[in-house]
Design a protein around this ligand. Structure first.
Ligand code: AMP
Ligand code: TRP
Length: 345
């Protein structure tokens, strides 16, 4: 963590991150996000984690499925070790301060910034005239999520780095436009062997919940047989594992499996190669499958336990929203003061 510069006020360390409730949580979400979120809570920093339902609706969501996916994601956070007495866990729509600050940021951010975002280009595609306005403004809402808590650290996967950088640009422009050091410049935290878990069918594409092929990903709800089968059938080349990391360079599928192994075993790709280098995939894949099952099975079963008591999940989210409100509301009120909005109540 970097020191605050002398001119700026010192912001105490606070972690914020979010995940969209769009169903089908994957091994990528687990290794790139959920597991790291739970670990950060254990480092004695204040941690705030959000289920970003307002981001989810930037593309159409079936209402019943959105509800289900929100509770499933809450269950996944808890099953991965998030302790709601130490972290704040809530869904975004229940804390209006996010939308309130997002509007202000819509007026700070520039159209050109939004149109340059890789995610916008990927998701809007050629038919951008028909994409929702919310999809374009998505990063301004994300900036509001982070800055409405004056968060300083944002653990994310590689794909979200650009959005966190844009958050810094929005904070800097606001501070500059109104000549105040009010907002911190949050840092993306991207670390470990699994910041970008790739598809099991194509080592050049991200493992994603929206991939049409279920064989491309491991879902947090997959049972042991499904996990083992997906790893066994994962696309690879015919060569055995190389004896050093250099040998993985032009082999994206092999590299992905080594990275997944390293992340699950909490070690480095170097150590995995030192142990398994020279092995054919017929030996390495079963070892990886065993490791994945050993890690994910307890999580899957805890998730279904939590989902058996929806009212308890809703209670946890409600309690989190109350605590989030208490931090965010004064920050929005001060933001309004800074920009000259009259406080009439
Ligand atoms: P999303 O599912 O897109 O809302 O992503 C939620 C979090 O999971 C973000 O921090 C992402 O960067 C992370 N994430 C999603 N897919 C992957 C992946 N394949 N590898 C690593 N991290 C991922
Ligand atoms: N855009 C992020 C994703 O798709 C989710 C997100 C929304 C988020 N708000 C955030 C992540 C704030 C970190 C901080 O993964």
């Amino acid at each position: 963590m970097t020191e605050a510069t002398s001119a700026a006020p010192a912001f105490s360390p606070r972690v914020f991150s979010g995940i969209q409730p769009s169903g089908n949580l994957t091994l990528g979400n687990y290794l790139g996000a959920l597991r790291r979120f739970a670990k950060m809570q254990d480092q004695g920093i204040e941690t705030i984690y959000c289920i970003v339902d307002m981001h989810a609706i930037t593309v159409w969501q079936d209402p019943a499925k959105l509800k289900q996916a929100t509770r499933e994601l809450a269950a996944a956070y808890l099953a991965c070790g998030l302790d709601p007495s130490r972290s704040i866990l809530f869904n975004q729509s229940q804390v209006p301060a996010h939308a309130q600050l997002a509007w202000i940021f819509n007026c700070v951010a520039r159209m050109g910034w939004m149109k340059r975002m890789t995610q916008w280009k990927d998701k809007a595609g050629k038919n951008s005239e028909n994409a929702s306005l919310g999809l374009l403004a998505y990063p301004a809402l994300m900036a509001a999520d982070i800055l409405v808590y004056h968060a300083t650290h944002v653990p994310v996967g590689e794909d979200q780095k650009q959005h966190v950088e844009l958050t810094r640009d929005i904070a800097a422009k606001f501070n500059n436009d109104f000549d105040t050091p009010f907002f911190p410049s949050p840092e993306p935290i991207i670390e470990g062997a699994a910041t970008r878990v790739m598809s099991l069918r194509d080592g050049t594409r991200k493992m994603s919940k929206s991939d049409p092929s279920d064989m491309s990903r491991i879902n947090l709800t997959d049972d042991a047989d499904a996990i083992a089968q997906k790893i066994r059938k994962a696309r690879t080349d015919p060569e055995p594992l190389p004896s050093d990391l250099e040998g993985l360079k032009e082999r994206p599928e092999a590299r992905n499996l080594v990275n997944i192994y390293a992340a699950l075993a909490d070690t480095t790709p170097e150590a995995v190669i030192a142990e398994h280098g020279g092995q054919p995939f017929s030996a390495f894949k079963p070892a990886l499958a065993d490791l994945a099952v050993a890690h994910l099975s307890p999580i899957t079963s805890k998730m279904s336990d939590y989902l058996g008591d929806v009212s308890e999940i809703d209670r946890v989210l409600g309690d989190g929203a109350d605590r989030a409100h208490a931090i965010a509301d004064p920050i929005v009120a001060q933001t309004r003061d800074i920009i000259g909005m009259v406080r009439s109540r």
